[in-house]
Ligand binder design. Structure first.
Ligand SMILES: Nc1nc2c(c(=O)[nH]1)N[C@H]1C(S)=C(S)[C@@H](COP(=O)(O)OP(=O)(O)OC[C@H]3O[C@@H](n4cnc5c(N)ncnc54)[C@H](O)[C@@H]3O)O[C@H]1N2
Ligand code: MOO
Length: 409
Protein backbone atom coordinates (compact mmCIF):
# COMPACT_ATOMS: atom_id res chain seq x y z
CA UNK A 1 0.00 0.00 0.00
CA UNK A 2 1.49 3.39 -0.97
CA UNK A 3 2.44 5.67 1.88
CA UNK A 4 1.13 9.22 1.94
CA UNK A 5 3.20 12.20 0.73
CA UNK A 6 3.39 14.29 3.90
CA UNK A 7 4.14 17.38 1.81
CA UNK A 8 0.94 16.96 -0.23
CA UNK A 9 -1.51 18.64 2.14
CA UNK A 10 -5.14 19.09 1.03
CA UNK A 11 -5.78 22.19 -1.02
CA UNK A 12 -2.73 21.98 -3.30
CA UNK A 13 -3.76 23.12 -6.76
CA UNK A 14 -3.22 20.47 -9.48
CA UNK A 15 -0.51 21.55 -11.92
CA UNK A 16 -2.91 21.52 -14.90
CA UNK A 17 -5.39 23.84 -13.10
CA UNK A 18 -2.58 26.18 -12.07
CA UNK A 19 -1.34 26.37 -15.65
CA UNK A 20 -4.85 26.92 -16.97
CA UNK A 21 -5.40 29.74 -14.51
CA UNK A 22 -2.14 31.43 -15.53
CA UNK A 23 -2.93 31.16 -19.20
CA UNK A 24 -6.43 32.59 -18.63
CA UNK A 25 -5.11 35.61 -16.79
CA UNK A 26 -2.13 36.48 -19.01
CA UNK A 27 -2.53 38.39 -22.27
CA UNK A 28 -0.01 39.66 -24.83
CA UNK A 29 1.60 43.03 -24.14
CA UNK A 30 1.06 45.98 -26.48
CA UNK A 31 3.78 47.78 -28.44
CA UNK A 32 5.86 46.88 -31.49
CA UNK A 33 9.24 47.63 -33.00
CA UNK A 34 10.63 47.19 -36.50
CA UNK A 35 13.89 45.28 -36.81
CA UNK A 36 16.30 44.11 -39.50
CA UNK A 37 15.37 40.50 -40.30
CA UNK A 38 18.72 39.22 -39.08
CA UNK A 39 17.91 40.39 -35.52
CA UNK A 40 14.40 38.96 -35.41
CA UNK A 41 15.10 35.36 -34.37
CA UNK A 42 12.89 34.33 -31.43
CA UNK A 43 10.75 37.48 -31.67
CA UNK A 44 6.97 37.44 -32.14
CA UNK A 45 5.71 38.70 -35.47
CA UNK A 46 3.22 41.57 -35.09
CA UNK A 47 2.01 41.51 -38.72
CA UNK A 48 1.11 39.01 -41.41
CA UNK A 49 3.78 38.87 -44.13
CA UNK A 50 2.90 38.10 -47.77
CA UNK A 51 5.37 37.31 -50.49
CA UNK A 52 6.09 39.98 -53.08
CA UNK A 53 7.60 37.40 -55.45
CA UNK A 54 7.11 33.85 -56.67
CA UNK A 55 9.50 31.32 -55.13
CA UNK A 56 11.26 30.14 -57.19
CA UNK A 57 10.86 33.30 -59.27
CA UNK A 58 11.03 31.31 -62.56
CA UNK A 59 11.26 27.74 -63.87
CA UNK A 60 14.88 26.66 -63.34
CA UNK A 61 17.15 23.65 -63.38
CA UNK A 62 17.67 21.39 -60.36
CA UNK A 63 20.83 19.84 -61.91
CA UNK A 64 23.93 20.67 -63.91
CA UNK A 65 23.15 19.23 -67.35
CA UNK A 66 21.31 20.01 -70.57
CA UNK A 67 17.97 21.70 -71.18
CA UNK A 68 16.07 20.23 -74.15
CA UNK A 69 12.67 19.46 -75.67
CA UNK A 70 11.38 16.08 -74.48
CA UNK A 71 9.70 15.30 -77.80
CA UNK A 72 13.11 15.51 -79.56
CA UNK A 73 14.31 12.39 -77.74
CA UNK A 74 11.94 10.05 -79.59
CA UNK A 75 14.14 10.10 -82.73
CA UNK A 76 17.34 9.15 -80.87
CA UNK A 77 19.25 11.69 -82.99
CA UNK A 78 21.98 13.88 -81.46
CA UNK A 79 20.95 17.39 -80.31
CA UNK A 80 22.83 20.51 -81.35
CA UNK A 81 24.31 22.53 -78.49
CA UNK A 82 23.40 26.21 -79.03
CA UNK A 83 24.40 27.98 -75.80
CA UNK A 84 24.73 28.04 -72.03
CA UNK A 85 22.46 29.11 -69.14
CA UNK A 86 24.05 29.99 -65.79
CA UNK A 87 22.41 31.02 -62.52
CA UNK A 88 22.68 34.78 -62.86
CA UNK A 89 23.39 34.68 -66.62
CA UNK A 90 20.42 33.05 -68.40
CA UNK A 91 20.38 31.96 -72.04
CA UNK A 92 18.34 34.53 -73.96
CA UNK A 93 17.51 32.50 -77.09
CA UNK A 94 15.00 29.73 -77.79
CA UNK A 95 15.58 25.96 -77.71
CA UNK A 96 14.16 25.05 -81.13
CA UNK A 97 13.53 21.45 -82.29
CA UNK A 98 16.78 19.46 -82.48
CA UNK A 99 18.74 21.80 -80.18
CA UNK A 100 19.69 21.95 -76.52
CA UNK A 101 21.39 24.31 -74.03
CA UNK A 102 24.05 23.54 -71.43
CA UNK A 103 22.45 24.50 -68.07
CA UNK A 104 23.71 24.81 -64.48
CA UNK A 105 21.82 24.23 -61.23
CA UNK A 106 19.59 27.23 -60.49
CA UNK A 107 19.81 28.68 -64.01
CA UNK A 108 16.58 29.82 -65.67
CA UNK A 109 15.07 27.25 -68.05
CA UNK A 110 15.39 28.66 -71.60
CA UNK A 111 12.28 29.22 -73.68
CA UNK A 112 11.32 26.14 -75.69
CA UNK A 113 12.98 23.65 -73.28
CA UNK A 114 10.76 21.49 -71.06
CA UNK A 115 13.17 18.91 -69.60
CA UNK A 116 16.65 18.78 -68.06
CA UNK A 117 18.98 15.78 -68.34
CA UNK A 118 21.82 15.64 -65.81
CA UNK A 119 25.26 15.68 -67.40
CA UNK A 120 26.19 12.22 -66.06
CA UNK A 121 23.55 10.80 -68.44
CA UNK A 122 24.78 12.58 -71.55
CA UNK A 123 27.57 11.91 -74.08
CA UNK A 124 28.81 15.31 -75.19
CA UNK A 125 30.98 15.48 -78.27
CA UNK A 126 31.94 18.86 -79.71
CA UNK A 127 28.76 20.81 -80.33
CA UNK A 128 26.30 17.90 -80.05
CA UNK A 129 25.07 15.58 -77.35
CA UNK A 130 23.42 12.17 -77.05
CA UNK A 131 21.26 11.05 -74.11
CA UNK A 132 22.31 7.75 -72.53
CA UNK A 133 19.40 7.01 -70.19
CA UNK A 134 15.62 6.95 -69.82
CA UNK A 135 14.19 10.47 -69.42
CA UNK A 136 10.73 11.64 -68.29
CA UNK A 137 9.13 14.89 -69.48
CA UNK A 138 9.76 17.74 -67.04
CA UNK A 139 12.67 15.99 -65.31
CA UNK A 140 14.82 18.13 -62.98
CA UNK A 141 12.82 21.34 -63.36
CA UNK A 142 11.94 23.45 -60.32
CA UNK A 143 8.70 25.22 -61.14
CA UNK A 144 8.06 28.94 -60.80
CA UNK A 145 6.09 29.60 -57.58
CA UNK A 146 6.02 25.95 -56.50
CA UNK A 147 7.36 26.89 -53.05
CA UNK A 148 5.43 30.17 -52.61
CA UNK A 149 3.13 31.97 -55.05
CA UNK A 150 3.39 35.77 -55.24
CA UNK A 151 0.92 37.28 -52.75
CA UNK A 152 0.65 34.12 -50.62
CA UNK A 153 1.06 34.39 -46.83
CA UNK A 154 4.60 33.59 -45.71
CA UNK A 155 4.05 33.97 -41.95
CA UNK A 156 1.07 34.68 -39.72
CA UNK A 157 0.90 37.30 -36.99
CA UNK A 158 1.92 35.78 -33.64
CA UNK A 159 4.48 33.41 -35.13
CA UNK A 160 7.69 33.05 -33.12
CA UNK A 161 10.35 33.71 -35.74
CA UNK A 162 12.68 30.74 -36.21
CA UNK A 163 15.88 30.48 -38.24
CA UNK A 164 13.90 28.65 -40.96
CA UNK A 165 11.39 31.56 -40.98
CA UNK A 166 14.30 33.98 -41.44
CA UNK A 167 15.54 31.92 -44.41
CA UNK A 168 12.04 31.96 -45.94
CA UNK A 169 11.56 35.72 -45.44
CA UNK A 170 15.05 36.47 -46.77
CA UNK A 171 14.32 34.33 -49.85
CA UNK A 172 11.27 36.50 -50.48
CA UNK A 173 13.41 39.65 -50.22
CA UNK A 174 12.00 40.80 -46.86
CA UNK A 175 14.46 43.14 -45.16
CA UNK A 176 12.72 44.29 -41.96
CA UNK A 177 9.93 42.88 -39.81
CA UNK A 178 7.62 44.39 -37.21
CA UNK A 179 7.62 42.39 -34.01
CA UNK A 180 6.10 42.79 -30.56
CA UNK A 181 8.38 44.64 -28.18
CA UNK A 182 10.17 42.55 -25.57
CA UNK A 183 8.29 42.40 -22.27
CA UNK A 184 10.31 43.67 -19.30
CA UNK A 185 10.56 41.14 -16.49
CA UNK A 186 11.57 42.37 -13.04
CA UNK A 187 13.64 39.79 -11.20
CA UNK A 188 15.07 39.52 -7.72
CA UNK A 189 16.29 36.90 -5.27
CA UNK A 190 15.68 37.10 -1.55
CA UNK A 191 17.78 35.66 1.25
CA UNK A 192 20.21 36.95 3.88
CA UNK A 193 22.45 33.99 3.05
CA UNK A 194 22.94 34.92 -0.62
CA UNK A 195 26.31 36.17 -1.80
CA UNK A 196 27.64 37.39 -5.16
CA UNK A 197 30.50 35.74 -7.04
CA UNK A 198 33.82 37.04 -5.67
CA UNK A 199 32.41 37.57 -2.16
CA UNK A 200 33.62 35.30 0.63
CA UNK A 201 31.10 32.85 2.07
CA UNK A 202 30.42 33.24 5.80
CA UNK A 203 28.95 30.39 7.83
CA UNK A 204 25.64 29.27 6.19
CA UNK A 205 26.10 31.55 3.19
CA UNK A 206 25.67 30.35 -0.41
CA UNK A 207 26.08 31.98 -3.80
CA UNK A 208 22.89 33.23 -5.47
CA UNK A 209 22.41 30.74 -8.30
CA UNK A 210 18.68 31.18 -8.99
CA UNK A 211 18.83 34.78 -10.15
CA UNK A 212 21.80 34.12 -12.43
CA UNK A 213 20.17 31.04 -13.99
CA UNK A 214 16.89 32.93 -14.44
CA UNK A 215 18.67 35.93 -16.01
CA UNK A 216 20.15 33.56 -18.59
CA UNK A 217 16.84 31.74 -19.15
CA UNK A 218 14.92 35.00 -19.62
CA UNK A 219 17.51 36.29 -22.09
CA UNK A 220 17.24 33.00 -23.99
CA UNK A 221 13.47 33.62 -24.20
CA UNK A 222 14.12 37.06 -25.71
CA UNK A 223 12.82 38.93 -22.69
CA UNK A 224 14.22 42.15 -21.25
CA UNK A 225 15.19 41.90 -17.58
CA UNK A 226 14.97 44.57 -14.90
CA UNK A 227 17.51 43.01 -12.53
CA UNK A 228 16.72 44.13 -8.99
CA UNK A 229 19.51 42.02 -7.53
CA UNK A 230 19.54 40.18 -4.21
CA UNK A 231 17.37 41.47 -1.38
CA UNK A 232 17.75 40.71 2.32
CA UNK A 233 14.95 38.94 4.19
CA UNK A 234 13.41 42.29 5.07
CA UNK A 235 9.79 43.26 4.48
CA UNK A 236 10.55 46.92 3.77
CA UNK A 237 13.18 46.13 1.11
CA UNK A 238 10.95 43.50 -0.53
CA UNK A 239 7.96 45.87 -0.49
CA UNK A 240 9.94 48.66 -2.18
CA UNK A 241 11.32 46.29 -4.84
CA UNK A 242 7.89 44.84 -5.59
CA UNK A 243 6.38 48.31 -6.01
CA UNK A 244 9.19 49.42 -8.32
CA UNK A 245 8.79 46.19 -10.28
CA UNK A 246 5.02 46.71 -10.67
CA UNK A 247 5.62 50.25 -11.90
CA UNK A 248 8.47 49.56 -14.35
CA UNK A 249 7.98 45.98 -15.60
CA UNK A 250 5.41 43.82 -17.38
CA UNK A 251 5.84 40.89 -14.96
CA UNK A 252 7.62 40.13 -11.70
CA UNK A 253 9.62 36.99 -10.92
CA UNK A 254 11.08 36.41 -7.48
CA UNK A 255 13.11 33.58 -5.97
CA UNK A 256 12.67 32.44 -2.36
CA UNK A 257 10.51 33.52 0.54
CA UNK A 258 7.30 31.79 -0.54
CA UNK A 259 7.24 28.99 2.05
CA UNK A 260 6.24 29.17 5.71
CA UNK A 261 9.52 29.97 7.49
CA UNK A 262 9.93 32.97 9.78
CA UNK A 263 12.02 34.81 7.20
CA UNK A 264 9.81 33.98 4.19
CA UNK A 265 8.34 37.40 3.38
CA UNK A 266 7.91 37.65 -0.39
CA UNK A 267 4.45 36.10 -0.72
CA UNK A 268 3.17 37.81 2.44
CA UNK A 269 4.35 41.24 1.30
CA UNK A 270 2.89 40.74 -2.18
CA UNK A 271 -0.42 39.70 -0.61
CA UNK A 272 -0.46 42.81 1.58
CA UNK A 273 0.21 45.10 -1.41
CA UNK A 274 -1.66 43.22 -4.14
CA UNK A 275 -3.34 39.87 -4.68
CA UNK A 276 -2.27 36.21 -4.56
CA UNK A 277 -4.47 34.15 -6.93
CA UNK A 278 -3.07 30.82 -5.84
CA UNK A 279 -0.32 29.50 -3.61
CA UNK A 280 0.98 25.92 -3.42
CA UNK A 281 0.75 23.61 -6.38
CA UNK A 282 0.62 19.79 -6.31
CA UNK A 283 4.05 19.46 -7.88
CA UNK A 284 7.39 18.10 -6.69
CA UNK A 285 9.66 19.91 -6.46
CA UNK A 286 8.19 23.40 -6.38
CA UNK A 287 5.14 23.11 -4.15
CA UNK A 288 5.24 26.62 -2.61
CA UNK A 289 5.00 28.40 -6.01
CA UNK A 290 2.79 31.50 -5.70
CA UNK A 291 1.02 33.44 -8.42
CA UNK A 292 -0.74 36.79 -8.16
CA UNK A 293 -0.51 40.37 -9.28
CA UNK A 294 0.49 43.78 -8.03
CA UNK A 295 -1.54 46.58 -9.59
CA UNK A 296 -2.22 44.30 -12.56
CA UNK A 297 1.41 43.26 -13.06
CA UNK A 298 1.60 39.44 -12.89
CA UNK A 299 3.72 38.03 -10.07
CA UNK A 300 5.48 34.64 -10.10
CA UNK A 301 6.92 33.66 -6.74
CA UNK A 302 9.37 30.82 -7.34
CA UNK A 303 10.55 28.72 -4.39
CA UNK A 304 14.14 29.22 -3.27
CA UNK A 305 15.43 25.66 -3.63
CA UNK A 306 17.38 25.77 -6.91
CA UNK A 307 15.77 22.78 -8.63
CA UNK A 308 12.31 23.89 -7.43
CA UNK A 309 12.95 27.36 -8.85
CA UNK A 310 13.81 25.98 -12.30
CA UNK A 311 11.04 23.34 -12.33
CA UNK A 312 8.40 25.98 -11.53
CA UNK A 313 10.02 28.32 -14.04
CA UNK A 314 9.73 25.76 -16.87
CA UNK A 315 6.38 24.25 -15.86
CA UNK A 316 4.43 27.34 -14.83
CA UNK A 317 6.27 30.54 -15.63
CA UNK A 318 7.45 29.81 -19.19
CA UNK A 319 3.91 29.06 -20.50
CA UNK A 320 2.69 32.34 -18.96
CA UNK A 321 5.64 34.38 -20.28
CA UNK A 322 5.14 32.86 -23.73
CA UNK A 323 1.59 34.25 -23.75
CA UNK A 324 2.74 37.57 -22.28
CA UNK A 325 5.26 38.06 -25.10
CA UNK A 326 2.54 37.34 -27.66
CA UNK A 327 3.52 33.78 -28.59
CA UNK A 328 1.57 30.54 -28.51
CA UNK A 329 2.16 27.93 -25.86
CA UNK A 330 1.61 24.49 -27.37
CA UNK A 331 1.60 22.46 -24.14
CA UNK A 332 4.42 20.38 -22.71
CA UNK A 333 6.60 18.62 -25.30
CA UNK A 334 6.02 15.12 -23.99
CA UNK A 335 7.49 11.80 -25.23
CA UNK A 336 7.32 8.33 -23.73
CA UNK A 337 10.32 6.22 -22.79
CA UNK A 338 10.99 2.93 -21.05
CA UNK A 339 12.25 3.41 -17.51
CA UNK A 340 15.54 1.61 -16.79
CA UNK A 341 15.51 1.90 -12.98
CA UNK A 342 12.48 1.80 -10.68
CA UNK A 343 11.41 5.04 -9.01
CA UNK A 344 9.74 5.61 -5.67
CA UNK A 345 6.85 8.03 -5.44
CA UNK A 346 3.97 8.78 -3.09
CA UNK A 347 0.60 9.84 -4.54
CA UNK A 348 -0.33 13.51 -4.14
CA UNK A 349 1.92 15.61 -6.38
CA UNK A 350 3.04 15.52 -10.03
CA UNK A 351 6.68 14.59 -9.80
CA UNK A 352 9.36 16.01 -12.10
CA UNK A 353 12.33 13.71 -11.59
CA UNK A 354 15.49 14.46 -13.47
CA UNK A 355 16.57 11.86 -16.04
CA UNK A 356 18.77 11.09 -19.01
CA UNK A 357 17.02 9.69 -22.07
CA UNK A 358 18.53 8.16 -25.19
CA UNK A 359 17.64 5.75 -27.95
CA UNK A 360 18.02 2.21 -26.59
CA UNK A 361 19.33 -0.91 -28.39
CA UNK A 362 15.85 -1.79 -29.72
CA UNK A 363 15.42 1.68 -31.17
CA UNK A 364 12.92 2.84 -28.54
CA UNK A 365 13.59 5.66 -26.09
CA UNK A 366 14.84 4.62 -22.67
CA UNK A 367 15.33 6.83 -19.63
CA UNK A 368 17.53 6.56 -16.56
CA UNK A 369 16.85 8.72 -13.50
CA UNK A 370 19.88 10.70 -12.34
CA UNK A 371 21.14 9.80 -8.87
CA UNK A 372 19.91 12.15 -6.20
CA UNK A 373 16.58 13.87 -6.68
CA UNK A 374 16.83 16.44 -3.85
CA UNK A 375 15.55 19.91 -4.72
CA UNK A 376 18.95 21.35 -3.68
CA UNK A 377 20.94 18.94 -5.92
CA UNK A 378 21.98 20.97 -8.95
CA UNK A 379 24.39 18.39 -10.40
CA UNK A 380 21.45 16.07 -11.15
CA UNK A 381 19.68 18.80 -13.10
CA UNK A 382 22.93 19.74 -14.81
CA UNK A 383 23.51 16.23 -16.22
CA UNK A 384 19.83 15.57 -16.97
CA UNK A 385 18.37 16.04 -20.43
CA UNK A 386 14.74 15.50 -19.45
CA UNK A 387 12.16 15.50 -16.70
CA UNK A 388 10.54 12.15 -15.95
CA UNK A 389 6.94 13.16 -15.26
CA UNK A 390 5.05 10.94 -12.82
CA UNK A 391 1.32 11.63 -12.59
CA UNK A 392 -0.11 13.22 -9.45
CA UNK A 393 -1.98 10.21 -8.12
CA UNK A 394 0.48 7.55 -9.23
CA UNK A 395 2.69 5.67 -6.80
CA UNK A 396 6.16 4.30 -7.61
CA UNK A 397 7.08 3.05 -11.07
CA UNK A 398 8.90 -0.19 -11.91
CA UNK A 399 11.87 -0.65 -14.21
CA UNK A 400 10.50 -1.56 -17.66
CA UNK A 401 7.37 0.60 -17.30
CA UNK A 402 6.73 3.28 -19.89
CA UNK A 403 6.86 6.80 -18.50
CA UNK A 404 6.25 10.29 -19.82
CA UNK A 405 9.38 12.42 -20.31
CA UNK A 406 9.76 16.07 -21.22
CA UNK A 407 13.09 16.96 -22.88
CA UNK A 408 14.78 19.90 -21.16
CA UNK A 409 15.27 23.05 -23.22
N1 LIG B 1 7.55 23.52 7.19
C1 LIG B 1 7.70 23.57 5.87
N2 LIG B 1 8.90 23.94 5.38
C2 LIG B 1 9.09 23.98 4.05
C3 LIG B 1 8.04 23.63 3.19
C4 LIG B 1 6.78 23.27 3.75
O1 LIG B 1 5.80 22.96 3.05
N3 LIG B 1 6.66 23.28 5.08
N4 LIG B 1 8.29 23.62 1.86
C5 LIG B 1 9.65 23.36 1.47
C6 LIG B 1 9.80 23.49 0.06
S1 LIG B 1 9.05 22.28 -0.86
C7 LIG B 1 10.55 24.45 -0.52
S2 LIG B 1 10.83 24.43 -2.21
C8 LIG B 1 11.16 25.52 0.24
C9 LIG B 1 10.86 26.87 -0.42
O2 LIG B 1 11.13 27.87 0.45
P1 LIG B 1 11.20 29.38 0.07
O3 LIG B 1 10.65 29.64 -1.27
O4 LIG B 1 10.62 30.14 1.18
O5 LIG B 1 12.75 29.65 -0.09
P2 LIG B 1 13.82 29.99 1.02
O6 LIG B 1 13.35 29.51 2.33
O7 LIG B 1 14.17 31.39 0.85
O8 LIG B 1 15.00 29.08 0.51
C10 LIG B 1 14.90 27.68 0.42
C11 LIG B 1 16.27 27.10 0.11
O9 LIG B 1 16.75 27.58 -1.12
C12 LIG B 1 17.98 28.28 -0.97
N5 LIG B 1 17.96 29.45 -1.84
C13 LIG B 1 17.13 30.51 -1.71
N6 LIG B 1 17.38 31.41 -2.66
C14 LIG B 1 18.39 30.94 -3.41
C15 LIG B 1 19.09 31.42 -4.54
N7 LIG B 1 18.79 32.62 -5.06
N8 LIG B 1 20.06 30.67 -5.06
C16 LIG B 1 20.39 29.48 -4.50
N9 LIG B 1 19.75 28.96 -3.45
C17 LIG B 1 18.77 29.66 -2.89
C18 LIG B 1 17.99 28.69 0.47
O10 LIG B 1 19.28 28.94 0.95
C19 LIG B 1 17.32 27.51 1.13
O11 LIG B 1 18.22 26.45 1.30
O12 LIG B 1 10.69 25.52 1.57
C20 LIG B 1 10.66 24.23 2.17
N10 LIG B 1 10.30 24.36 3.54
O1 MOO C 1 9.05 21.34 -3.58
MO1 MOO C 1 10.28 21.78 -2.67
O2 MOO C 1 10.33 22.49 -4.07
O3 MOO C 1 10.23 20.00 -2.53
O4 MOO C 1 11.90 21.54 -2.49
Amino acid sequence: MPTIDCCAQPGLMPLESAREKLLQVLSPIAGTETLPLVRASGRILAEEIRSGVHLPPCDNSAMDGYALRFEDLASGLPLELIGKSFAGAPFDGVVNPGTCVRIMTGAALPAGADTVVMQENVNARGESIRITCQVCPGDHIRRCGEDVAEGAALLERGECISIAHIALLAAAGVERVTVLRKPVIALFSTGDELRQPGEALGKGDIYDSNRIALLAALAQMNLEVLDLGVLPDNEQAISEALQRAARDADAIITSGGVSVGEADYTREVLEALGEISFWKVAIKPGKPFAFGNLQGTPFFGLPGNPVSALVTFYQLTVPALTVLKGGRWHGPQALTARLLTSLKKKPGRTDFQRGIYRTGDCGELVVEPVGSQGSHILTGLAVANCFIVLARESGGVEAGDRVVIEPLP
